[in-house]
Design a protein around this ligand. Structure first.
Ligand SMILES: [Ca+2]
Length: 308
């Protein structure tokens, strides 16, 4: 074989070795560096140590303009049910800050007592709405049971304990007014405690409206007739209303915003029926100690030393 051909083959082999070596080391090196960069951003922007941050950085997560970003969240417990939530939006390489938020929120874990009111609009909710609603509510709790089982947790991280009641439309003349809701509940010997979620399901066939939440001091979730239902709800409709109530609107109390995992239209990112990546809600073990961060006494690899 001519010497030049041998040299060329050796050169090609050396290049292939370099490429192979680069390929093997690259993603890990890049991943470690993004983790470190995000950790540095927490220190710089919030003065908080988050050595092992929870990161969501899926290229498919873009809004309808095609814009996406890296999202990181950290829940730092401030009480038995509350947390100081830190949120960072960064460019996907972790080098540039796009936005940051800091909020006092409900910790996305534990048992949530829900006072759930279904307004009796016979045309849409039918003659036995509570039975249909209970099936949909149970399916929501089942999603958390399944998630816990799949992750080897001994119990679900989130559990909704529902007290259901049916009210006549005349009892809730202005259902979005909390004083009217409170008075209606009182007539039925019910009162919402400070930690309760009051949920109003008002599928009024004559009224097209969306869902919304109200913050403290009385957390409430209101779901109107957002799909303009005119006829009796099917099982799948009740399931959709439950997802809106317990997966989406509830998540606002946990500090969630649609921008955490942006999508356009019906794009699915794999975390459904949850509204966002479970990692961002503290439901995964990010720092490798076997405890999901929402229950972790030293979350995100933090030290127990309060100075850090
Ligand atoms: Ca952990």
């Amino acid at each position: 074989m001519p010497r030049t051909v041998v040299s060329l083959l050796l050169a090609v082999a050396a290049c292939l070795h370099m490429v192979a070596g680069t390929h093997a080391a690259g993603p890990r090196a890049i991943q470690l560096s993004v983790d470190q960069l995000v950790s540095d951003w927490y220190q710089r922007e919030f003065g908080i140590s988050v050595p092992r941050p929870a990161i969501f950085n899926d290229e498919r997560a873009v809004d309808c303009r095609g814009d996406g970003h890296l999202t990181s969240t950290a829940y730092l417990r401030t009480g038995s049910t509350t947390a100081d939530l830190l949120v960072l939006y960064l460019t996907r390489d972790g080098l540039n800050l796009i936005n940051k938020f800091r909020r006092n929120v409900l910790m996305p874990g534990g048992r949530f007592n829900v006072l759930s009111v279904v307004v009796r609009h016979q045309a849409t909710v039918g003659s036995d709405p509570i039975s249909s609603w209970q099936v949909a509510q149970a399916a929501v709790n089942d999603t958390h049971v399944k998630f816990a089982r799949d992750h080897g947790y001994s119990a679900p991280l989130v559990e909704f304990h529902n007290t259901n009641m049916l009210l006549e439309p005349s009892e809730l003349s202005v259902p979005e007014r909390r004083d009217i809701v409170a008075a209606a509940l009182q007539r039925h010997n019910l009162a919402a405690g400070d930690d309760d979620i009051v949920m109003i399901i008002n599928i009024d066939p004559a009224r097209s409206e969306g869902g919304r939440t109200s913050p403290l001091p009385w957390r409430s979730i209101y779901v109107g007739n957002y799909a303009q239902w005119k006829t009796e709800l099917r099982t799948t409709d009740w399931a959709a209303i439950a997802r809106t109530s317990y997966q989406q609107l509830m998540a606002y109390f946990w500090g969630w915003q649609p921008g955490w995992t942006p999508t356009c239209g019906g794009t699915r990112l794999g975390h459904e029926p949850f509204i966002t990546s479970p990692r961002l809600l503290g439901w995964e073990d990010v720092d490798g100690d076997g405890v999901p961060e929402v229950l972790d006494g030293t979350p995100y690899g933090r030290s127990t030393d309060p100075r850090y």
